[in-house]
Write a protein that binds this ligand. Structure first.
Ligand SMILES: Cc1cc2nc3c(=O)[nH]c(=O)nc-3n(C[C@H](O)[C@H](O)[C@H](O)COP(=O)(O)O)c2cc1C
Length: 196
C-alpha cells in the first residue's frame, strides 16, 4: 500500500474523507439515549488517565498568568514540540494567544500546595505570591520544578471548549530529582517504581 507521501495526496484531501467516516461511525455508536452514557463513561475513564501535574505560564508586558494543567503531551522530537489543551474560558487563554509563548512547569510532589492556588482558589497575578518563581526567556518559571519547557506557539487548533496549542521548545531546564506530582481519579497522587 502506498503511503500518503508516495501518492502525493495532500492532507487536506484525506481529512474530509476521514471526518466523514468517523462521523458516520459516531452516529452508529452513539445512538439516541447513549450520549449521556458515553459522557459518563468518558469522564470516568479520564479519571483513570493518570497524568503529571504542570503549571502552564505565560507573560505579557509586566503581567504573569498561570494555571494548573494535565493536558500536556509530547508531540515531536524533530523539532522538539509539545501540546497543551487550554479551556477558552481560562483567564490565561487570551494572554497566551497574544503572547504566543508559554512555559510548562512540571511539578514535583513538594509543590502540591500550588495546585489549588493555580486552579482557581487564588485569582490572577496573586497566584505568583505562592511558590518560588523566576523568569526564563521572559516566562514565569518555578525554581524547584521537575522540568521547565519554554515554548513558542507554532500552531493552534480549536476543538470544542478547548484550544489545542502546539509549542516548539526553545529552552529546557531539568532537575535530576524525579518525583512527579500526579493527578489520578480526581486527586493528587505520587508514583512509585515497580520492583524497586
Ligand atoms: C489537576 C488539574 C488539571 C487541569 N488540567 C487542565 C488542562 O489541561 N487544561 C485546562 O484548560 N484546564 C485545566 N484545569 C483547570 C484549570 O486549572 C482551572 O480552570 C484554572 O482555574 C484556570 O482558570 P482561571 O485561571 O480562569 O481560574 C485543571 C485543573 C486541575 C485541578
Amino acid at each position: 500500500m502506498k503511503s500518503i507521501k508516495e501518492t502525493g495526496m495532500a492532507f487536506d484531501l484525506v481529512r474530509p474523507a476521514l471526518v466523514e467516516k468517523l462521523g458516520s461511525e459516531r452516529i452508529d455508536i452513539a445512538g439516541t439515549g447513549q450520549q449521556d452514557a458515553i459522557l459518563t463513561g468518558f469522564k470516568k475513564a479520564m479519571r483513570r488517565l493518570t497524568a503529571t501535574v504542570s503549571i502552564i505560564t505565560t507573560g505579557e508586558q509586566d503581567q504573569r498568568f498561570g494555571m494548573v494543567a494535565t493536558a500536556v503531551s509530547s508531540v515531536s522530537t524533530e523539532p522538539p514540540a509539545v501540546l497543551i489543551c487550554v479551556n477558552h474560558s481560562a483567564s490565561m487563554f487570551h494572554p497566551l494567544m497574544r503572547a504566543g509563548r508559554f512555559a510548562v512547569n512540571m511539578l514535583t510532589v513538594e509543590s502540591n500546595p500550588l495546585v489549588p492556588v493555580f486552579s482557581g482558589k487564588v485569582k490572577g497575578q496573586e497566584r505568583f505570591e505562592y511558590g518560588d518563581w523566576t523568569s526564563l526567556n521572559g516566562l514565569p518559571c518555578l525554581k524547584n520544578a521537575q522540568a521547565v519547557l519554554c515554548c513558542a506557539v507554532v500552531d493552534t487548533f480549536t476543538y470544542g471548549s478547548h484550544e489545542i496549542v502546539i509549542g516548539q521548545v526553545k529552552a529546557v531546564e531539568v532537575e535530576d530529582e524525579i518525583s512527579p506530582l500526579l493527578w489520578q481519579d480526581g486527586k493528587l497522587a505520587v508514583s512509585h517504581l515497580l520492583n524497586a
